[in-house]
Write a protein that binds this ligand. Structure first.
Ligand code: SAM
Length: 199
């Protein structure tokens, strides 16, 4: 990942969401992007040229645009029509972003559009986040990685965040994934955790 001093950046055309520019690079803000927070916490899977990414919960393409700056192709799934309008604009300016209007809990809706990927990134903030991730592992190459951004309060508001975190780890391990690392995203995002698994 490219850093200028302590600042995480990506190399690409700016002006996607009024992000700052630094020495010609786009500043990737950890308070706006959980993935940027993960990298600034010293964890995560390195994004490299040639990498194929399936991104679930693309929203308006803020993080998608940075991922696309580093990788070969990003299949960006989002089910809400409003953010999809912004995502389409990101895709117009970044030819390696493939926007897909679909429900990530039904991967059969987009199976014909997506190839096997090296990285499955999920940020959907749903109660059944782990189940959605597992369903989409059909697209993940053996040895590929899942990065699951867990919003613990969306899974079960009555449970302690730490309990939701542990339960989710158990679900992923029971499904046969290997946990590579996991971390809370504080101080950037409260009650959010990142779980990185290998298939
Ligand atoms: N990843 C984005 C970023 O960093 O710029 C932020 C994502 S936001 C926390 C969660 C997004 O997931 C919302 O835009 C929501 O509409 C979308 N989402 C939630 N459930 C979904 C589902 N089942 N399928 C597709 N998108 C979903």
């Amino acid at each position: 990942m490219i850093r200028i001093g302590d600042v995480l950046v990506s190399k690409g055309e700016g002006g996607v969401y009024s992000e700052r520019m630094l020495d010609g690079y786009r500043v990737w803000d950890p308070y706006r992007s959980k993935l940027a927070a993960l990298y600034l916490l010293g964890k995560g899977i390195e994004l490299v040229p040639g990498m194929k990414v399936l991104y679930l919960g693309a929203a308006n393409g803020t993080t998608v645009s940075h991922v696309a700056d580093y990788t070969e192709v990003v299949y960006a799934v989002e089910f809400a029509p409003r953010p999809m309008q912004d995502l389409l604009e990101v895709a117009r300016r970044r030819k390696n972003v493939m926007p897909i209007l679909a429900d990530a809990s039904c991967p059969e809706q987009y199976a014909m559009l997506v190839e096997a990927v090296d990285l499955l990134y999920q940020d959907v903030a749903q109660p059944d986040q782990a189940a959605i991730a597992l369903r989409n592992c059909i697209f993940l190459k053996k040895g590929g990685h899942l990065v699951l951004m867990l919003k613990t309060r969306s899974v079960d508001i009555r449970k302690e965040p730490a309990e939701v975190f542990r339960d989710t780890l158990d679900i992923l391990i029971s499904a046969g994934l290997t946990i590579v690392e996991s971390t809370w995203l504080a101080p950037y995002h409260q009650d959010h955790a990142a779980i990185i698994c290998e298939k």
